[in-house]
Design a protein around this ligand. Sequence first.
Ligand SMILES: Nc1ncnc2c1ncn2[C@@H]1O[C@H](COP(=O)(O)OP(=O)(O)OP(=O)(O)O)[C@@H](O)[C@H]1O
Length: 252
Amino acid sequence: MSQDIACLHHVWVKYDDVVALEDVNLCLRAGDFVSIIGPNGGGKTSLLKLLLGLVKPTRGSVEVLGKTPEQARQEIGYVPQQVTLDKHFPISVWDVTLMGRLGRIPLLKKYTAEDHDLAADALQKVKLYDLKDRHISKLSGGQQQRVLIARALVTNPKLLLLDEPTASVDTEIKRDIYELLVELNTQMTIVMVSHDIGVVSSYTKTIACLNHTLVYHEEKHITPEMLATTYQCPIDLIAHGVPHRVLAPHQH
Ligand SMILES: Nc1ncnc2c1ncn2[C@@H]1O[C@H](COP(=O)(O)OP(=O)(O)OP(=O)(O)O)[C@@H](O)[C@H]1O
């Protein structure tokens, strides 16, 4: 498992006058599990969208599975940030999971037996097959997050991208989701944006720090220097919605 899954070469992303990414270089290899940490607005979602071909580099190049990101998109699973599910819309766990196949079936055609098999397989992987007929609103936050992961798995992706998958769940459910991702990582390469810097290193193989520029040493250890460079002040942990908690000066 050593071939390149995705490579970004000297990539810049600019939205009008906002520079989101500056000269980012990154190569992901088969079997990687990379966590991307960094402050709000640091360009993490932009990096995932580059890999999906939803954002184009202003400068530089992006290659995924030896193709352009657009060509590779069918082989990428994506769990976006903050998906809000309409609690009143009549849709079951099974329906949401099958929606991951929508890009694969021709317009106005029905799902095939293969689509159904893949949805069943994805729900088994996230251990929710028994709840497949339940209305999506009748699940806990952590179960809903697992359904969204199942929806991303129905294309049998080689690369799974997750944007803050544990943003709105408690510590125990976070652990369950991370453990699930560790299991999925035996079958696919994973890139996950996270604000949980206190815990991600226990689960992911490597950590990249992104604040417009990327610091990536292909290691799982985050040094205080890396954090200080990325967050531009000493910090201990990141809470969702709060850019960072600044360490109080030591009292001697
Ligand atoms: N479509 C867009 N148009 C204009 N500016 C954008 C657009 N998308 C992102 N930006 C800007 O680019 C910068 C990087 O945004 P991005 O969403 O990639 O950061 P992020 O690290 O994912 O942030 P967060 O942790 O808050 O989700 C921000 O300043 C943001 O306002």
